[in-house]
Design a protein around this ligand. Structure first.
Ligand SMILES: O=C(O)CCC(=O)C(=O)O
Ligand SMILES: [Fe+2]
Length: 347
């Protein structure tokens, strides 16, 4: 079982029991507690923040900043993102409403196995440690149409479906605009990069990390991981901190920046760019007092059915070429074993 259901006992623990069930208590090592956490002030000074309006203007300084963020961090915060504010507010409202539903209503759209993994409401991936994340999530395939399982799109809430549909289209647009700027930085034709995502899958995952009043330092929202697809764009529904990114062996707390989005380089983007861009390890800690709710949009990509460096960027290929199908298989394996898939592809 790669994903667990949210049970009544889980819901009771999330709701504030003083005793944390053992499956939610993570060893320090797998939770990444062994590494230094950088202070808020230093983190704020160093974490890259980009301006979408300047990228769209073609500002060479901003494009250089984007390149540096993708190379040195594999991550950035994005302000002036240009996504329709009404669409953002509506998808945030729908997400809050969904997680407020009684458990049995959420379980009506519970996890089901899909051709390429899982969709629906439940826990994150369950790894070989057997431990569970302190979070409930709803994973929906959103693009292309054939990837959707409409049985899992809640009908309980009148605006949910329309809100997610519109947000999904906005994310498709924004991803393409970001890729056009990345292509300039990489010195390749925009179409070369855009072709890799054409018709590929987009998933949207809604996460809710309940507060953990008594033992927030024993549980984990999401353990250290890199994102397995091409690019991830995260919208924070509230201003609760918790996200940390790894750089130089230290954890940098990412302060929520109202009105911004957070962008992660995924493993496939690292491979496609032949290692110029780096996928970033990150984790989510749980707050003792406040809920954290986020909406993560994942974009998939491949090069003519393969995960491999783009020929334009591979004078000397630093990663093996692998069929997309085999990549997905390896990725499940890596997730289960908590191994790093990108390392296993390096030549
Ligand atoms: O909720 C967040 O801030 C990050 C989510 C995330 O890392 C993921 O879904 O892979
Ligand atoms: Fe992630």
């Amino acid at each position: 079982m790669l994903r667990d259901e949210i049970t009544d006992a889980t819901a009771a623990a999330f709701a504030g029991s003083t005793v944390i069930p053992d499956r939610y208590v993570w060893p320090d090592e797998t939770a990444g507690r062994g590494s230094t956490v950088v202070g808020d002030e230093e983190s704020l000074k160093l974490i890259p923040v980009l301006d979408m309006a300047s990228l769209l203007d073609g500002s060479p300084e901003e494009i250089a900043k984007l390149g540096a963020a993708c190379r040195d961090w594999g991550f950035f915060q994005l302000r002036n993102h240009g996504v329709d504010e009404t669409v953002v507010e509506r998808v945030k409202d729908s997400t809050r409403e969904f997680f407020r539903l009684p458990l049995e209503k959420k379980k009506a759209v519970g996890i089901v196995k899909a051709e390429d993994g899982f969709q629906g409401f439940g826990h994150h991936f369950n790894t070989s440690t057997g431990k569970l994340d302190w979070a409930e999530s709803l994973l929906l395939g959103t693009q292309p149409m054939g990837h959707r399982n409409m049985d899992l799109w809640p009908t309980e809430l009148p605006t949910f479906r329309d809100g997610v549909e519109k947000y999904s289209l906005e994310m498709t647009k924004l991803k393409s605009l970001l890729m056009a700027s990345m292509a300039i930085d990489l010195g390749i034709k925009p179409e070369t990069l855009l072709d890799t995502v054409q018709g590929k899958i987009q998933n949207i995952v809604f996460h809710h990390y309940p507060p953990c009043r008594h033992n927030a330092d024993k549980v984990i929202g999401i353990p250290p991981h890199t994102d397995g697809l091409f690019l991830t764009i995260v919208l924070e529904v509230d201003a609760t901190p918790g996200l940390q990114v790894s750089n130089g062996g230290r954890w940098f707390p990412v302060r929520p920046l109202p009105g911004s989005l957070t962008v992660f380089v995924g493993d496939i983007l690292e491979v496609l760019t032949n290692g110029r861009y780096k996928s970033v390890e990150h984790r989510v800690l749980v707050d003792a007092e406040r809920d954290r709710t986020t909406i993560a949009t994942f974009q998939d990509a491949c090069v003519a059915g393969m995960v491999k460096p783009l020929p334009e960027l591979a004078e000397v290929a630093r990663y093996i070429s692998i069929e997309k199908h085999d990549y997905v298989h390896r990725q499940f394996q890596a997730l289960t074993e908590r191994a790093n898939i990108v390392d296993s592809l390096k030549i």
